[in-house]
Design a protein around this ligand. Structure first.
Ligand SMILES: [Zn+2]
Length: 354
């Protein structure tokens, strides 16, 4: 996978994608770029593709308004369904780990409250793919047995072992199924709403309000100044060695740059000047979009928000390089599954376009 490749090859220059969505394609001189997924990294001119991105499906907007067609597609012989039990996907681990798609026959055995399959999209052979929440089934072992060698497992653990493309599909499916399970009732009048457009909308049969799946933007930023950067430890991780980028949910009516500056001031008391976008990552726990930035501090005195953070401190570039190799005593940082790892690494090895 691309992330593994980058992790193992410091020459591999990260692409950066400006806020204007103009990709830059500079590379480190003398280093050959070897993308595993050229269709993602070159043809579509995308930037860094993190785990939980890279979904190859055609999401089929043109069929989503035809409810009859969607119903027929669920029962086609070439249709593939991915069951989730309590948000855990069915995963097969015989050889390369992969999502365990099964046919539609089991749908007749599901209780009515299961909610029905949600359309994910078409693969390159035009096979329709759906996700289905089977949490209403008390014992899911019978459904798991439909895919020999498969079991329901934690999505975060599975994501590091399945392919890049399937991690993106997992993100789409998990976030969508979670949204339906948490938004069954109309927020205007309280009536039970109905899934429409294959799961991309719910409509209230009484007041006709339309409700759409939410994605929660999170600003995550590595703050730096000269040869030092800032990492913090949240109260939730108190007593551990874990330090990471500062981060927080975007507020309404706020630009990304403003969100970055506000969060850094709130959590660490630091003023930020220049903000540079790096890359983004869907994070389906349950439905975040991590917006990764580098933020240049214009002050140095840290004032910790002790309500949220147990520590915020400066690290030198050499310390960060040691931490990336897991050699900095008393400090651990996020692994390659998380965008934070790549924000930190890009700054440490000066491959970020900042
Ligand atoms: Zn309503």
């Amino acid at each position: 996978m691309i992330l593994n490749q980058v992790q193992n090859d410091n020459c591999w220059k990260m692409y950066t994608l400006g806020l204007t969505l103009i990709a830059t394609t500079d590379t480190v001189a003398g280093c050959e770029r070897k993308p595993d997924h050229p269709e993602l990294t070159e043809n579509k001119n995308l930037s860094y593709t993190h785990i939980f991105a890279g979904n190859p499906f055609d999401r089929g907007d043109h069929v989503r308004r035809d409810e009859d067609l969607l119903k027929k597609m669920i029962r086609q012989d070439n249709t593939k369904l991915l069951p989730f039990h309590k948000l855990q996907p069915l995963v097969r681990r015989e050889g390369q780990a992969e999502l365990a798609w099964i046919g539609h026959e089991f749908l007749d055995s599901l209780p009515e409250e299961a909610g029905g399959p949600k359309f994910l999209g078409f693969d390159e052979d035009r096979n329709p793919h759906f996700a289905v929440d089977i949490s209403a089934v008390e014992d899911p072992s019978g459904i798991a047995a439909l895919a020999p060698g498969a079991a329901f497992e934690d999505g975060r653990a599975a994501a590091t072992d399945i392919s890049q493309e399937e991690s993106g599909i997992l993100a789409q499916a998990r976030s969508n199924l979670n949204w339906h399970s948490q938004h069954r009732f109309c927020s205007s009048c309280g009536t039970e709403s109905q899934s429409q457009r294959g799961g991309l909308m719910r409509e209230c049969p009484k007041c006709k309000s339309q409700h759409f799946p939410r994605t929660d933007p999170v600003a995550i930023m590595l703050v730096y100044k000269g040869d030092r950067c800032v990492m913090g430890q949240t109260q939730a991780r108190h007593d551990s060695t874990f330090y990471s980028c500062l981060a927080g949910f975007m507020d309404q009516g706020e630009s990304i740059e403003e969100g970055v500056r506000r969060e850094v001031m709130e959590e660490g008391g630091l003023e930020v000047g220049k903000v540079t976008y790096h890359s983004s990552q869907p994070w389906p726990f349950p439905a975040s979009l991590m917006i990764g930035c580098h933020a240049e501090a214009i002050s140095e005195d840290i004032v910790i928000d002790t309500g949220e953070m147990s520590d915020v401190r400066w690290f030198t570039r050499d310390e960060v390089k040691l931490a990336l190799e897991d050699k900095l005593e008393g400090v651990s940082i996020p692994g390659p599954i998380a965008i934070a790892h790549h924000l930190i690494k890009a700054w440490a090895y000066e491959t970020a376009n900042i």
